[in-house]
Design a protein. Structure first.
Length: 329
């Protein structure tokens, strides 16, 4: 299957986080046809990672199988392929698979592919894979970087904030205690925290991604919940301490997820960038020295107009081939 049809075929297999198995099964069959030794290994029940190798996997190309919701089927025009996962990361999978075909046709061996579940939620696939490394010396991770080599990625601190109150009829608010009011005050206090900065990675940013509370407009809510995601530029421990202190006794703060920021090496001949998103790389420490590069723009990932340039896909194949060759020297 050629590069563009493969990209569309992958997009059209829905693999929203938690439902990666169908695309994993498709890739197993496809990679076996390319002569790979292919293994599926469950990271969680019915959520298999895909590992394939040709000879000894000194260099491993990797990205993730899962996408964010909702499913959007593929389409294309002269310049772009569209659909959920087009750039994050079905197009990258296709480019890495095509790079394998190109390397094999040139008589190159001793490389592998690692496709992971759960990157969009909790890095479950990477965490599982790190318990079973295969001896690789280098890892080329794929995320949308406009085909530029990332010199750094921000990390993630995701916190849950739970406020409790007392339910009552809204006509008699003095009989209740609004959890929503507490939560709003807690979130307002978070806005006043001074956030860290880094000369390479820039500023720590945050997003209130989930805000829930109450059962009806005429009921004083006894529970309210928010989830806040910070994009880290350093260790999250001090920030978590500041968050907890700011919230105080208004609500309970829990650490849902933490991924550390990463600073990476350049490679001669490749343009560079720094990205604000997190990746599987911090959870893949046993897979060798990491590099981060992939086709597509993160600015259209997770949107209803997600797309990837056909020209960038073709360019990515060539870049991956050259990176594997260079790292094997």
């Amino acid at each position: 299957m050629d590069l563009f049809p493969l990209t569309r075929r992958l997009i059209d297999i829905e693999s929203i986080s938690g439902n990666e198995k169908p695309v994993a099964l498709f890739l197993r069959e496809h990679l076996e046809k390319l002569g790979g030794r292919v293994e599926l290994e469950d990271a969680e029940p019915n959520r298999p990672n895909v590992f394939a190798c040709w000879g000894k996997p000194h260099v491993v190309l990797s990205t993730h199988l899962d996408t964010v919701p909702p499913f959007i089927a593929s389409s294309e025009d002269d310049g772009f392929i569209y659909g959920r996962g087009a750039c994050d990361a079905k197009g990258i999978i296709a480019a890495q698979v095509e790079a394998v075909s190109r390397l094999r046709s040139q008589g190159v061996s001793d490389f592998g592919l690692l496709f992971l579940v759960g990157e969009e939620r909790n890095n479950a696939g990477a965490t599982a894979a790190n318990r079973n490394p295969r001896g690789s010396r280098y890892l080329i991770n794929g995320e949308p970087t406009d085909n530029r080599l990332a010199l750094g990625t921000k990390g993630v601190l995701r916190v849950g904030i739970e406020a409790r109150g007392r339910m009552a009829h809204s006509a008699y608010p003095e009989l209740g205690e609004s959890a929503t009011e507490k939560l709003l005050e807690a979130l307002n206090r978070l806005r006043g925290i001074k956030l860290p900065e880094d000369p390479v990675l820039g500023k720590t940013t945050y997003n209130i991604g989930i805000l829930q509370g109450g059962v009806a407009p005429n009921v004083i809510p006894d529970r309210a919940h928010a989830e806040v995601m910070y994009r880290l530029v350093n260790c999250g421990e001090e920030l978590y301490h500041d968050i907890s202190n700011a919230v105080g006794d208004l609500a309970t703060v829990t650490r849902v997820l933490e991924i550390p920021p990463v600073q990476l090496k350049p490679m001669e001949g490749l343009p560079t960038t720094v990205v604000a998103f997190a990746t599987d790389i911090p959870s893949l420490t046993a897979w060798g020295e990491p590099y981060l590069l992939g086709p597509g723009s993160i600015h259209v990932a997770h949107t209803d107009h997600e797309r990837i340039s056909k020209a960038e896909l073709v360019q990515a194949v060539e870049i991956y081939v050259n990176m594997v060759k260079k790292l094997q020297q």
